[in-house]
Design a protein around this ligand. Structure first.
Ligand SMILES: [Cu+2]
Length: 283
């Protein structure tokens, strides 16, 4: 960590664990140092003005005001630096995040369905196909309403709270919500996206370090918001395959339970997305 990045650490930013995160860190570093310089500069100027134009020295107001062009130059410089930050760095970085998604074959696609107060994950299983979801089938044992009559859904994996992904492979998370607006935020991956009922919002990142990372909801979504946390585990490819196998076995056992419809469910329909990206879950 270089000395410039100390400001990120001081502000509580966890170490970056994604391939694009260093770009975000550089912008944050620069912005914070720039704001620190502005704060010190404007504060010093303010104190100087209080002293220089005190009543005993300047009993009558000067209505012409400043004649020196220095303040204009200073203000123009600040605007210029902010424009460069925005147009040269922030907007191109944002454009890459939203326009340059990895090809579906390369990436791992996972559906993230938020609800008060947890994150559910839907993975396509060995066939690489997501089963159909129907809001009328949502129940405690079938939190995403996966249709048992759809053969594509037979091997699907559903987990709540914890998601495993392999290291060094892009992950596309398609966000939606069953109730209110949540925000799926993984601070270590420098990525976040709103989970909005009725919308499918994709975000993507490539984890570059194995480990266990915190997932939090970054949108005040109700009384239990403070406890809306989850875990992202970045595994080696071998560990990831072992986890998939374990989840598949658990899912096989759960299929013995007959899914029941929940007539009280009022969640909006979360349509399964078009199969634009159909990843193969095996490495
Ligand atoms: Cu939430």
């Amino acid at each position: 960590m270089n000395s410039l990045a100390l400001i990120n650490e001081f502000l509580g930013q966890p170490p970056n664990a994604s391939s694009h995160g260093y770009q975000i860190d550089h912008i944050l570093e620069f912005c914070h140092w720039f704001m620190a310089a502005l704060f010190v500069g404007w504060s010093a100027f303010f104190i100087y003005v209080l002293f220089r134009f005190r009543k005993s020295r300047q009993p009558a107001a000067d209505h012409a005001g400043v004649r020196s062009p220095i303040s204009t130059h200073l203000e123009f410089s600040v605007v210029l630096i902010e424009a460069v930050l925005l147009l040269g760095f922030a907007i191109p970085l944002w454009a890459r995040r939203v326009n340059q998604f990895p090809p579906g074959r390369e990436a791992l696609l996972v559906h993230v369905v938020a609800q008060q107060f947890s994150f559910n994950y839907h993975l396509p299983g060995a066939d690489g196909q997501f089963g159909r979801r129907d809001v009328n089938l949502v129940s405690n044992s079938n939190p995403l309403g996966i249709d048992p009559s759809d053969p594509a859904g037979k091997d699907d994996i559903v987990t709540t709270g914890e998601l495993h992904v392999p290291v060094d492979r892009p992950v596309i998370a398609e966000l939606s919500s069953k109730d209110v607006i949540h925000d799926y935020f993984i601070p270590d991956m420098r990525i976040a996206g709103d989970s909005i009922p009725g919308s499918l919002i994709p975000i993507w990142f490539t984890p570059v370090k194995t480990g266990t990372y915190e997932v939090i909801c970054a949108q005040l979504c109700g009384l239990g918001h403070y406890g809306m946390k989850g875990t992202l585990v970045v595994d080696t490819p071998q560990d990831y395959q072992a986890w998939l196998k374990e989840r598949a076995e658990l899912a096989g056992g759960a299929q013995a339970l007959a899914p029941s419809a929940s007539p009280g469910a009022q969640q909006p329909q979360n349509k399964p997305p078009a199969p634009a990206a159909s990843p193969s879950p095996s490495g």
